[in-house]
Design a protein around this ligand. Structure first.
Ligand SMILES: Cc1cc2nc3c(=O)[nH]c(=O)nc-3n(C[C@H](O)[C@H](O)[C@H](O)COP(=O)(O)O)c2cc1C
Length: 548
């Protein structure tokens, strides 16, 4: 039985979701114009803290790209300054500066809607060789590739905090500053921030895998606990950072599904001597009621382990498609395509291998960062894949929804497996034909959705999932989509193509095209992959060691 409060929160989620849909004739409410002078600073700093510089070059050799998806324990690195630097360098750091005329802007390893980067990262570490002589909580600063020491913990407190773990562990905490996105995108920004969280989670999980480490979100943590652990202020001012999740990083896979952090210890951490004051990001900020309301409705309570959140252990065999490619070079070269060339083809076997990397049952990383996933099915608009007829296809990531989707979607869909499709891939053709203009139209008329090899819509099981679990799961539906997006970005790079996340799409027209009438399934994110066109007028400069 749900309480009135839980019912009210769910209604707020459904209202927000409805209200922030883009349609052919109506867009989600935005600021109307861009107030450039007031653009939020993409770099958070804590004034008055000690900055620990992380080494940019390390001796650590990159694992093979393919092995990211199946960490096998052969390569496990120790926890120390070098390896933690390497983890952050290949997940949340800068990857380049770009320059056009007078303006210069930074790009990062993790992508972000509009390059606005609302996601912040924090390290919670034990005393580690050459990093810190005591356990500490520190804020990661991507521009400097450094750590701002915010709080020192005693060894005794660290031991109490991690007593549920039977092996060495450290944590990365993730938070979001919604104002960085709402400055440009208004009410829809909350969605984009959580897609960005999903990208960051996958970036961290894959970077950790390159060091032989395992990541798992501590799913039962409450936002209140997290806020304390990350040292975030407890208010809802417009520039406020909202805590998202805490990732436990270990050298061997955590066997127990949910590990908890003791409340008593968290209370003691709140009383520690916290250093530093967060910088102000813009002169003034606009308060979006819709965002404040959804953020408070989705505030994560402490939750118990339930039967539906058991870890599934599946035997996965490494598939080596790109035998010589190094993980770190693929990760560092990831870029969003701004335009596609309308001509590059992909081969059917490349397409199938990419799909296999999106199946939680067929790869280990990055989907193992969550305890339960596969709430998201994928609808492909195939344009240029040699050996596969153009048309609309559905990849079923959760076998349990197949029957339901067949019943709910249009009757004329054929649900036919392509002849060349491997046994192991539940891919179905729904309808054949040239769907380039359809796909462009549905993705807010963006040409990138039509001019590449394919685009896709990520269709999440929506109303029932939220009814069963609670409003707090809403952001996590976006995290799963962002995680899928990050794999798509890297896979595109590995095959010499490029991807682009598409947060701007017309929600209900997608559902109408599929024949979906209620909110049982909702599209939450789009993506495209193809041969990219490059703009030679934009200079690329190294991420670090340049004069600014
Ligand atoms: C959640 C999300 C939504 C995005 N939506 C769009 C979009 O609708 N159209 C577009 O051209 N690019 C979109 N992008 C690409 C971003 O603009 C791009 O990631 C950003 O400019 C940073 O560039 P980079 O990915 O090369 O680091 C999106 C990216 C993300 C992560």
């Amino acid at each position: 039985m749900k309480t009135d409060i839980e019912e009210d929160k769910l209604n707020k989620v459904f209202n927000y979701h409805q209200q922030t849909k883009h349609g052919f004739h109506r867009s989600a409410e935005g600021p109307g114009y861009l107030d450039w002078k007031n653009q939020p600073d993409p770099f958070r700093r804590y004034h008055g803290t000690q900055l620990i510089s992380l080494p940019l070059e390390t001796e650590i050799e990159s694992s093979l790209y393919d092995l990211l998806y199946y960490p096998d324990g052969n390569l496990t690195q120790a926890f120390n300054l070098q390896t933690i630097s390497c983890l952050l360098r290949h997940s949340m750091a800068l990857s380049a500066w770009k320059q056009a005329g007078e303006s210069r802007w930074a790009l990062r390893v993790n992508p972000s809607s509009g390059n606005l980067h609302p996601t912040e990262a924090y390290l919670l570490s034990p005393a580690l060789d050459s990093l810190s002589s005591t356990p500490m909580i520190a804020h990661y600063t991507p521009r400097e590739h450094g750590l701002e020491k915010r709080c020192v913990l005693s060894n005794a407190l660290w031991q109490l905090l991690t007593e549920d773990f039977t092996q060495p562990v450290f944590f990365l905490g993730i938070s979001s500053i919604y104002w960085r996105e709402s400055w440009k995108y208004g009410t829809r920004a909350y969605r984009y921030c959580h897609l960005d969280v999903g990208h960051a989670l996958a970036a961290i999980s894959l970077s950790a895998a390159s060091l032989g480490w395992h990541c798992q979100i501590l799913e039962n943590c409450s936002a209140h606990q997290l806020r304390i652990l990350l040292g975030l202020p407890d208010d809802y001012k417009d520039e406020t950072e909202h805590p998202d999740c805490l990732i436990a990083i270990t050298q061997t896979k955590i066997k127990r599904p949910v590990l908890s952090l003791p409340d008593q210890v968290i209370k003691q951490i709140a009383l520690c001597d916290w250093q530093g004051e967060a910088n102000q990001l813009s002169r003034s900020s606009i308060s979006w009621d819709a965002i404040n309301t959804i953020a408070s409705a989705c505030e994560k309570p402490a939750t118990e382990l339930t039967a539906s959140t058991q870890v599934k252990t599946i035997e996965k065999t490494a598939q080596l498609f790109y035998s010589t490619l190094k993980a770190h070079s693929v990760i560092q070269q990831r870029r969003s395509a701004v335009a596609m060339d309308k001509q590059t083809d992909m081969q059917a076997d490349q397409f199938y291998q990419l799909l296999s990397r999106l199946m939680p049952g067929q790869v280990e990383t990055p989907f193992n960062v969550f305890i339960s996933v596969a709430r998201v099915q994928l609808i492909f608009f195939v344009h240029r894949v040699e050996g596969i007829k153009p048309g609309v296809y559905c990849l079923i990531r959760d076998p349990e929804v197949l029957t339901e989707l067949k019943l709910l979607m249009k009757k004329e869909f054929v649900w036919k497996k392509p002849k060349t499709c491997p046994e192991t891939l539940p891919l179905f053709c729904l309808i054949e034909g040239d769907v380039r203009s359809l796909s462009q139209q549905l993705s807010c008329q963006q040409e990138i959705a039509a001019d590449g090899c394919f685009s896709l819509a990520m269709l999440s099981r929506f109303e029932k999932t939220l009814q069963q679990t609670g409003a707090w799961l809403y952001p996590q539906l976006y995290w799963e989509c962002g995680t899928i997006g990050q794999v798509l970005y890297l896979e595109a790079e590995a095959m010499n193509l490029q991807g682009t996340g598409i947060g701007c799409f017309f929600d209900d027209p997608v559902h109408e095209f599929l024949g979906l009438q209620d909110i049982n399934f909702q599209t939450l994110y789009h993506f495209t992959i193809g041969g990219a066109l490059h703009d030679d007028r934009i200079l690329t400069l190294p991420a670090y060691n340049i004069s600014k």
